[in-house]
Every structure is written in C-alpha cells, then in structure tokens.
Ligand binder design. Structure first.
Ligand code: ARG
Length: 375
C-alpha cells in the first residue's frame, strides 16, 4: 500500500477490534468458490464446502488449508484498493506462521520475514513481496498483535528529533524500558501484546534492517544532511480478512516507490520536514511561493532517494514506472473479467500527479474480500 492520503489512519494505540463469535458461512463459501475456481489444481470445491460447513456448525470457525491461505492472501493484495503496486499480486510469498505461539517465537518469525523480504547474501537488496500470517482470531481468545504500525520505524522525540509521526509508539517503547540515542533515525523496537497482558519489547537485530544513506547525483552537500531510509516498508497493523476468518497479525512488505520517502516521509511538515533545509542548501529564492522553491527542492529530494537506492542496489520504483504498471494491471484484470477497485486519492502519486496515467481517470470503488483492514 502506498500512502498518499493524509496520515492519521495509523494509530499506534491498540484499537477495540474483537473477533465475532461465529464465522460467516456465506463469506467462507464465497471465498472457497472463488479460490477453487481460480486455482483448478485444488480440485473440486464441493467436498471442501461440506467439510467447512460442518466445521463452522460444530466449532464456529474453520481453518484454511495452506493453499487456501496462500491464494487468500494474494487476493487480499489484489483487492487492496489503495495499493498502486498490485501488478505483482501473484508473486506474493506467503509465510504460514499459524503455529507460532509465544512472543519470542513470533519475534523470531518477524526477523526472518525482514531477512527474506530484504534478500539474503548476494541477493540483499533484491526485495520481494512477502506476508507472514500468524494465528487466526477465535472468539474468546485474546488476540496477539503488534503496537508498531510497521516493522521498521524511526523514533520520534518530544524535542522534535526523529519521525514525529512515531512519537506515541516511541513513548510506549520508552515506558517499557527502551532507550533511544535521540538521533533522527533510531530504530524502534517491536512491541508485541496479547490481550491485556503486559506487552513485550524486542530490539531488531541490525542485520535485519537494511538502510540506505541518501546522497544526490550532483549536490555533494546533500550527504551532509545525514538523511537515510530503510529498504523495506512492512505494514504490521492491518487485519487480514479471508473467507470470514480474521488474521489480526499478518505483516506484509514489498518495495518502496520513491515518492513515499521523498515526497512524504522526509518532506511532510509533520514528518521530517526537509524541504526548507534543502531549498536553502540549493540557494533558492524562498522570498515568494511563486518561485516554486518548494517544488524544486522536492524534485531534488526525490532524485536523491531514487539515486541512492539504485546505487545501493536496493529495489525501488519511481512513480512514473509504477503508474504505468498499475495501468497494465487494470488492463490485465479487465481482460480476466475482474474489476479493479481503486481509491484515486491513494493511487495517484503525491508529486507530478498529472504526469502519470493513473491521474487521468476514475476508478470503481468497492470493498471486495479477502482484504486488509485497519484494526
Ligand atoms: N507509505 C509507507 C511508508 O512510507 C509504506 C506503505 C507501503 N508501501 C509499499 N511500497 N509497500 O513507509
């Protein structure tokens, strides 16, 4: 998912979501029919429907087979109307972590997720889309979830250092005994919590977090700004909903589109707010808005992001390429007879919008399942 819309949807605090007492049979049936229809190697759906109906009648829930889980997660991505990167939905690697129980086990799985998502050994930087799916929610059983909205987050301090968006999460970590260095890019620990129990805090090992220091293709001074960003965006606070089953912990990651970092994370006033500093270093005339100094600084910041990731061998795409890919996706889905629900306000890139093809049209909005939901 690529955030172009205003922030505020990410809340570091735990919300009130609780699993329902009974899985919706119709939703289960509809999902299974869709999956068995799309994946012929799974065989006939009828016997499976009988089993699932019996299980729901007896136990109030059912369990996905590994193949159902894999395809279900891919469909959730395909249906994610805010994501511009959906062309590759079939390539999603699904790590089935449903048997992990303790916070320690879950933490180790999350580290494994980051390593795999980053690419290991000679493949480091060759990011690939991955989701780790943990235990499904069952009525009456406390839910385990992460307080972190992403696996990798930089601390934000009250004196303004760091990522102001993460102040609440930073406070929560400090309340658990974590201490940051107070630098602009301190990695926050993961905070796992089950029900109302005491949360546990885990420091990420350095090897699990690939970061890219930012330089500019021409401006030598740019490196001295000391900017950097992490390679892997990994959303960790959304509930995955498949066939009536909820997976409250199902972090997923892909690769960045440059503007997420260059036109939002480092540019937004309530984030790193770097535009004025960059404009000053560029020696731009900031005496009037009409000089478009903000826009000019924004372009150079985004060039630096794309340049630095490319130089570091870390996969990233630009908004022109990603927009074209999205149009291919729309076309492919149309050919397959499927709708592509999309949210214009999220799909359209936050800079040079009208230079990309995704700007010049409207999209159907629909809440198709499987999907990801804010808790
Ligand atoms: N916009 C978010 C960020 O800047 C990441 C959202 C997911 N993005 C992605 N390319 N998969 O951290």
């Amino acid at each position: 998912m690529v955030s172009n819309a205003p922030t505020g949807y990410r809340d570091a605090a735990l919300s009130e979501w609780e699993p329902g007492s009974q899985v919706d049979v119709d939703e289960a049936v509809e999902f299974l029919r869709a999956v068995y229809g799309e994946v012929p190697t799974l065989g006939r759906v009828e016997p499976r429907l009988t089993t699932v109906r019996d299980q729901i009648a007896a136990l109030g829930t059912y369990w996905h087979t590994p193949q159902e889980l894999v395809h279900g997660a891919r469909l959730a991505w395909r249906n994610a109307s805010r994501c511009i990167g959906r062309l590759y939905w079939r390539s999603l690697l699904v790590l089935d972590r449903r048997s992990s129980r303790t916070h320690q086990e879950i933490f180790e799985d999350l580290v494994a997720h980051l390593l795999k998502a980053t690419g290991e050994g000679e493949h480091r930087g060759r990011l690939r889309p991955i989701i780790s799916v943990f235990r499904q929610a069952v009525a009456g059983r406390p839910v385990t979830r992460l307080r972190n909205d992403q696996l990798i987050r930089y601390a934000g301090y009250d004196d303004d250092a760091g990522d102001a968006q993460n102040r609440e999460l930073t406070r929560a970590a400090m309340a658990l005994g974590w201490q940051g260095k107070g630098s602009p890019f301190d990695l926050l620990p993961l905070i796992l919590q089950t029900g109302d129990e005491e949360p546990t805090c885990f420091e990420l090992p350095e090897t699990a977090v690939l970061e890219v220091p930012l330089t500019h293709p021409e401006f030598v001074w740019f490196a001295e700004l000391g900017l950097r960003w992490h390679a892997v965006p990994a959303i960790s606070n959304m509930r995955l909903s498949i066939g009536g089953i909820d997976y409250p912990l199902a972090p997923f990651s892909g690769w960045y589109m440059g503007t997420e970092i260059g036109a939002r994370n480092l540019a937004d006033e309530h984030r790193y707010n770097m535009i004025p500093a960059i404009a000053r270093c560029m020696g731009l005339d900031m005496s009037s808005e009409a000089t478009l100094w903000r826009d000019r600084a924004l372009v150079e910041l985004n060039r630096a992001v794309l340049h630095s990731f490319a130089r570091a061998g870390v996969r990233m795409s630009d908004h022109h390429t990603e927009s074209r890919r999205f149009m291919s996706h729309v076309e492919r889905e149309r050919a397959a007879g499927r709708p592509v629900p999309a949210d214009w306000t999220w799909i359209v890139p936050p800079m040079s919008a009208s230079l990309t093809p995704v700007f010049h049209r409207y999209y159907a909005e629909a809440d198709l399942r499987p999907n990801f939901y804010a808790m």
